[in-house]
Design a protein around this ligand. Sequence first.
Ligand code: T1G
Length: 709
Amino acid sequence: MEHGAAPVAIAKRDRVAVITIDQPPVNALSTAVRAGLLDAVRRACADRDADALVIACAGKTFIAGADLAEFERPPEAPQLPEVTQTIEDCAKPVVAALFGTALGGGFEVALACHYRIAAPGARVGLPEIKLGLLPGAGGTQRLPRLVGFDRALEMIVGGEPIAAVDALAAGAIDEIAGDDLVTAAIAAARRLAGASLPLRRSGALPAPAVDQELFARARRDAARKRRGQRAPEAAIDALSAAARLPFADGLGHERALFLELRASDEAAALRYAFLAEREVAKVPELGPEVKAREVRRAGVIGAGTMGAGIAMCFANAGIPVTLLDVDESGLARGIESIRRNYAASVSRGSLAHAAMDARVGRIVPTLDWNSLRDADLVVEAAFEDLDVKRRVFEALDTVAKPGAVLATNTSYLDVATIAGFTSRPQDVVGMHFFSPANVMRLVENVRAPATSPAVLATAMRVGRALGKVAVAVAGSDGFVGNRMLMQRTRETFFLLEEGALPQDVDRALVEFGFAMGPFAVADLSGLDIGWSNRKARAHRRPPGMRDCNLLDQVCERGRLGQKTGAGWYRYEPGSRSPLPDTEIEALIVEHSHARGIERREISAEEIVGRCVWSMVNEGARILEERVAARALDIDMVWLHGYGFPAWRGGPMYHADAVGLPVVHDAICRYRDRFGPDFWTPAPLLEELARSGGRFTRWSRVAATVRGPS
Ligand code: T1G
């Protein structure tokens, strides 16, 4: 589209007015697009030489929704409901030509049209819930009239787009086109104009009969799955209004709920998270001159849980991968776990059998190091021991081709040291995946001092190609995620010895919004991981510094979590539900007594405060030390790797939203109570709290994603 050109154009074909929106990158419904579309529809409706209208888009997708950039200011006229109502009321047939992703307001425009035709690969949906919103231009009123309330609840409260073929089966669209979508849309418009097909206005259709119990069930589900979030409840409210109220009243009810959510902190945080997920891919230090290397073939060393999961990531992305292990039975176990994983997806219906075969076919198991000769990138996922890493990278250095990127999946060891085991440290980078690697979306890409910009750029691009949220960080003990996690873990143990129990800490953090509490998560992944880490780090603890060894005591009793039937909780045979255990309570109370600690009632507020602010304070240090360049890098690590609630934006965004002076004061109170060892405010936090600054607006490079207003 020519710069400054109107984003909406009309062209007549065969007496059909074809209205084309052209607003890269995703034809978002900016004020200019809404105004242009409204004007075009009005003109075409009044045009004697046009018998029908087609609404189409140029570029890579049909309208992908409202323009999120406009949400920082009050809604401007014309508002979308005026546009959709004008389309629906048009006396001439209006056909929507859908391709790419017709989402949110874009799909609401389509629902207001009299006929929807889609390209075979199109996807349609109302994902507003993921942005803390609900459809605000008729989606909750028109969709159930087309697909029924069951499906409408699933699409709106679930927020997942559906494929064209499913949308056709559900009645959300009317036809799937062949190759030429716009021509097929014009043909449909002509048919409608020729009155050979009934003109259907979705708003005029009767709302299907529905048992209100359906909405009650949906509310219970939302309260369980989306605790603390307002949007799901509001969406269900709007849908139940569609069942009870006349169309126009339902629209009014929907709009009022939409405007309430539009102004909410939850929506602002989710918008930040959406834009930050895109911004995190743009690493400030990697200018356009830095070219990533091509990765057509990959290698993975180590067929254990992580290695097998990483190999699946490459296979899922269509990249052939050689999976090497030094142990034949280990390799066999790895391949077997991969097959089992895919078979489970096939039996759940989330993967076709043919796709499973194709993916398994892309993974080539081997015991022969020479098989890695052709790999453009190799990820090492061997046992977390420096000596093992040395042997692996020395061997890899002899077989990998020049220019290959050598990545290590270490989660705690120093990437620079590992790079030093090779003759090409500039080609070594950390790619820290999270377990299960084929599920967790986060990859921390760790640059060591010698890592070349092209190698970091390659790791970033591969991360995106694997469908991951790749975050560039610098080497540091625990990188970003684990470094902050260590602060929280420390506080959770101190809280136990001061008066809390595992279920108290977990309940408080779950109420705060985490999917699971730290003690339940530890039991799930196995306490021996944390225990061996504690032992490996014992020599680093300064003498006299407060330490709590409750984890050691629990593990020494053979309680390693779910896999041993007991850890911080006990588990009934075959059950994963954590049950408070009197044996653990007795152990903790005895421990406090032995330490001369008088146990006290600890509020959920204190539990959350100490767990979250200890992380935020460390996050400030991470920014000061350039381990992360921006607050959004830290927030994306925690949203996509550690289950921080997205509707709070991330730890750094959350601190900004609460107010840094408040956070600073809380940390000072903890310092005064527990001492400066762990609770000295980071200089950056002090400076920003004093100057009225914000983490999300602070970075050594200009901030591009706005924090809380
Ligand atoms: N508004 C503004 N910018 C947007 C945008 C939007 N809705 N969607 C994407 N972008 C930008 C994005 O930031 C990036 O910018 C570029 O487009 C490419 O995006 C009234 C209120 C469409 C599936 O939730 O899910 O309608 O980084 O990297 O992987 O009821 O973007 O290049 O500068 O993601 O190909 C509902 C959101 C809005 C859809 C494309 N709509 N978008 O994915 O590219 S609420 C959504 C997406 C609403 C109404 C309500 C995806 C995509 P930059 P990308 P992609």
